[in-house]
Design a binder for this molecule. Structure first.
Ligand SMILES: NC(=O)c1ccc[n+]([C@@H]2O[C@H](COP(=O)([O-])OP(=O)(O)OC[C@H]3O[C@@H](n4cnc5c(N)ncnc54)[C@H](O)[C@@H]3O)[C@@H](O)[C@H]2O)c1
Ligand SMILES: O=C(O)C[C@H](O)C(=O)O
Ligand SMILES: [Mg+2]
Length: 603
């Protein structure tokens, strides 16, 4: 059953321990002189101590004064804040891109400083390097492109990937995020420009999970694009051909996967922002062969399920009441179906009844309510299609408004990619919900694709709602000193912990049980007091802490399933003997933290 045991001890003291910075061990570098200054993994800019300048042939290549890490940090933050001041009043997109550029320049120059400012200011910087700004960056990628990041495998590379993979300069790779650019957030097919998404996701891996940035690899699999505008754009940087389909497509993904796991057998591959048909097909094809997962299907499902369980608590009901929650899901794509599948699994586990587990769930797509009468019903949606006999007053294809009026749901959850689809009428209809505290999850990204804004949700559906969105919104001031709390229901709360737990356990595969452990851990993280205020997820400021906890839960689940092969010197038996507390400690200790390490040159 769902174990929501509260954690003992204060979170603050735990997070302090997590971030305590011991004296850094040395870092081996195979370069010297200017080559080091031009390598963002090792570069310290003016921060190289004089002795290191001597050892590495840097003397004379830098101004003489040594600037401390703290001073460099303060100087960057000062430039960032003056940029904020100087761009005040300019359109949001212009400001967001200016902020992205200043961070990206630092990323290109000095990764240690970049990740330190990112970790320390995650609440302010996540919306720039991640959703929503990353969407804008992808849309404008060809114009913004200055230097490459990650690897690009195109349809033209067929037969070459096994050797190409050795062009990547790092000997060890732990985490790969792969996209084919076919469904970038809610922005559609952006072809090669979608590379921004793996880059942003991996930045979250470093910031939240402490994956070493020298061991991450963002990958674009460019199999063409069906975006006519891009195909006609003379500056488009990807292959100018329609997308590969069928066996031709799969043979390219197969070749890539073989190449990756030949060079790095212990790597983990996250599939991201693939259009639905390939998202499901590749997950089924590889999940029992390689250590991989699909974030949009599985990560979203885990985060949504944690939020749905939190909603039950927020509504003052016992968790055992979850199967009675009436949930309307809008969007029957990879994300919406992933959420429903996991919710059904949870209900089946709670009730022991598999057959009726989906009876309180209603699924809509662009053609309205999905019933068994749907012509060419997608097999993936079939388990959630309603029997017309069971839903009196609702027909096949009923509109969202009709469904909300008739069902009076406890939860309205959007993963449609369509901005504003929870319009005023729909939100007002939710006032008739049978629940005293209905929940609205407007999970589509980026902000303009959210099913509704936070302000509209509280305005039209009433002040007594629970609200969550995929991209961040400010809390809403409701008057009388009351605040409408805005949660960010985003898979960023789980994928870093899944990757970290899989890595540190040396998991052979990533299973449903590991996802369930991750979702349970996230759900149990929130105190009753927080939940009563409508706070379903931790603040993004605690993302490193929650990720350590999630990572530990995933690791323990891998051990329980006998899939853990160990990591480095820590074998499967050592893992199996760790207590829960020890596992969290082991995971936390293995999280990379950005500080300048002494560089030692080796030929
Ligand atoms: N918050 C998160 O963590 C998170 C995670 C994954 C995906 N998402 C977001 O979810 C959205 C969808 O992702 P996906 O992978 O499922 O996409 P998808 O293309 O696979 O599915 C979209 C679905 O929405 C339906 N739809 C389109 N217009 C609609 C309308 N007007 N009314 C009802 N349904 C409509 C489509 O028929 C389809 O079933 C994207 O915007 C993505 O950014 C958010
Ligand atoms: O990228 C995100 O912010 C979440 C999710 O993976 C999405 O596709 O929208
Ligand atoms: Mg995604």
């Amino acid at each position: 059953m769902w174990n929501l045991a509260r954690f003992a001890g204060s979170r603050l003291s735990r997070s302090r321990r997590l971030f305590s910075t011991a004296i850094p061990g040395p870092c081996i570098v195979h370069k010297r002189g200017a080559d080091i200054l031009h390598d963002p993994w090792f570069n310290k800019d003016t921060g190289f101590p004089l002795t290191e300048r001597d050892r590495l042939g840097l003397r004379g290549l830098l101004p003489p004064r040594v600037i401390s890490f703290e001073q460099q940090y303060a100087r960057f933050m000062e430039s960032y804040h003056s940029l904020e001041k100087n761009t005040k009043g300019q359109p949001d997109g212009v400001v967001a891109l200016a902020k992205w550029r200043i961070l990206n320049r630092l990323h290109d120059r000095n990764e240690t400083l970049y990740y330190r400012v990112l970790i320390d200011n995650i609440k302010d910087f996540a919306p720039i390097i991640y959703t929503p700004t990353v969407g804008l960056v992808c849309q404008n990628y060809s114009g913004l492109f200055r230097r490459p990041r990650g690897m690009y495998f195109s349809a033209k590379d067929k037969g070459e990937m096994m050797s190409m993979i050795y062009n990547w300069p790092s000997e060890k790779v732990d985490m790969i995020v792969l996209t084919d650019g076919s469904r970038i957030l809610g922005l559609g097919d952006l072809g090669v420009q979608g590379i921004g998404i793996p880059i942003g996701k991996l930045d979250m891996y470093v910031a939240a999970a402490g994956i070493n940035p020298q061991r991450i690899l963002p990958v674009m699999l460019d199999v063409g694009t069906n975006n006519q505008k891009l195909l006609e754009d003379p500056l488009y940087l990807g292959l100018r051909q329609p997308r590969f389909e069928g066996e031709e497509y799969l043979s390219i993904v197969d070749e890539f996967m073989e190449a990756v796991f030949t060079r790095w057998p212990k790597a983990i591959v996250q599939f991201e922002d693939f259009q639905m048909k390939w998202a499901f097909e590749t997950l089924e094809r590889y999940r029992k062969r390689f250590c991989m997962f699909n974030d949009d299907i599985q990560g979203t499902a885990g985060v949504a399920l944690a939020g749905l369980l939190g909603t039950v608590r927020a509504q003052g009901r016992s968790l055992a009441d979850f199967p009675n929650q009436k949930i309307v899901v809008v969007g029957a794509g990879s994300a919406g179906l992933g959420v429903l599948s996991m919710a059904v699994q949870a209900v089946a586990k709670m009730t022991g009844k598999g057959k009726t587990a989906a009876q309180n769930f209603f699924l809509l797509d662009k053609d309205g309510l999905i019933t068994k009468e749907r012509k060419s019903l997608d097999p993936a949606a079939a388990p959630f299609a309603k029997d017309p006999g069971q839903i009196v007053g609702l027909r096949e294809g009923a509109s969202l408004l009709e469904v909300v009026k008739k069902v009076k749901p406890d939860v309205l959850l959007g993963l449609s990619g369509v901005g504003g689809v929870f319009n005023e009428e729909v939100l007002k209809a939710l006032r008739e919900s049978e629940s005293s505290k209905p929940a609205i999850f407007a999970m589509s990204n980026p902000t303009m694709n959210a099913e509704c804004t936070a302000a509209d949700a509280f305005k039209h559906a009433g002040e007594n709602i629970v609200f969550a969105s995929g991209s961040p919104f400010e809390n809403v001031l409701l008057g009388n000193g009351k605040v409408g709390y805005v949660n960010q229901a985003n898979n960023m709360y789980l994928f870093p912990g899944i990757g970290l737990g899989a890595l540190l356990s040396g998991a052979r595969f990533i299973t449903d049980r590991m996802w369930q452990a991750a979702a349970e851990c996230l759900a149990s993280y929130m105190t009753d007091e927080e939940i009563q205020k409508g706070i379903l997820y931790p603040s993004i400021n605690s993302i490193r802490h929650i990720t350590a906890e999630v990572g530990a839960s995933v690791l323990r689940a891998a051990v329980a399933e006998e899939l853990a092969e160990g990591h480095g010197d820590v074998g499967p038996k050592d893992l199996a003997h760790m207590s829960k507390e020890e596992t969290v400690g082991y995971v936390s200790r293995n999280m990379w933290f950005p500080i300048y390490s002494p560089l030692v040159h080796e030929k």
